[in-house]
Ligand binder design. Structure first.
Ligand SMILES: [Ca+2]
Ligand SMILES: [Ca+2]
Length: 187
């Protein structure tokens, strides 16, 4: 009878199936214990703003036909971790391999909000998904794809700080070593 074959073949399979489930459960439990112990990075700040993520290597080619392209595909994300609106104006992202850093443009970032800080040009705004975007207005990529030479690769400094690749004024930093194409890293 068809009704008997089902359970019988089920019994046959139950051993390996149960083992598979047990293995999967063990792996999940192991991961759950390991995850908090081995964070790749831990974003932190001593101020109102924190660098949380970075995409140093824009997806696709950086240069096409001798022209720098997809400049806004290169960005980092900052979060207002304070309980008040913070004006981004004057804060200094210091890329530690160069000294032509521009201070951020004036933009009111609400408490708890995140802003994508794009390398290229565009309208500073809040998009339909609630993400904020500000632009640094460079005509070329500025975050190194290969950041091996320095650690950290990027510092966020208080307004009035110098872009001198030194620590003074730093509230938050990010390091990415070598950045893969189109990959976003947690700081
Ligand atoms: Ca880059
Ligand atoms: Ca710099």
């Amino acid at each position: 009878m068809g009704g008997r074959r089902g359970p019988s073949s089920c019994t046959e399979k139950s051993g390996p199936v149960r083992r598979t489930i047990r293995t999967a459960l063990f792996a999940a439990v192991t991961l759950a214990f390991l995850a908090p112990l081995t964070p790749a990075h831990a974003a932190s700040t001593t101020g109102d703003l924190m660098i949380t993520h970075v995409r140093p290597n824009a997806a696709g080619a950086d240069v096409k036909d001798g022209k720098q392209v997809n400049l806004n595909g290169e960005y980092f994300i900052i979060k207002n971790v304070s309980k008040k609106t913070v004006d981004l104006g004057g804060w200094v992202p210091d890329i530690t391999t160069n000294t032509y850093g521009r201070a951020l443009p004036s933009y009111k970032l609400p408490a708890g909000a995140e802003a994508y800080v794009h390398t290229g040009s565009g309208t500073n705004r809040k998009d339909a998904n609630g993400n904020h975007h500000v632009h640094r207005g460079y005509a070329r990529h500025v975050l190194p794809n290969d950041g091996k030479a320095k650690n950290p690769n990027l510092r966020l400094k208080k307004p009035g700080s110098a872009d001198n690749n030194a620590a003074a004024g730093t509230v938050s930093a990010c390091n990415w070593n070598v950045a893969a194409d189109g990959k976003t890293y947690t700081c």
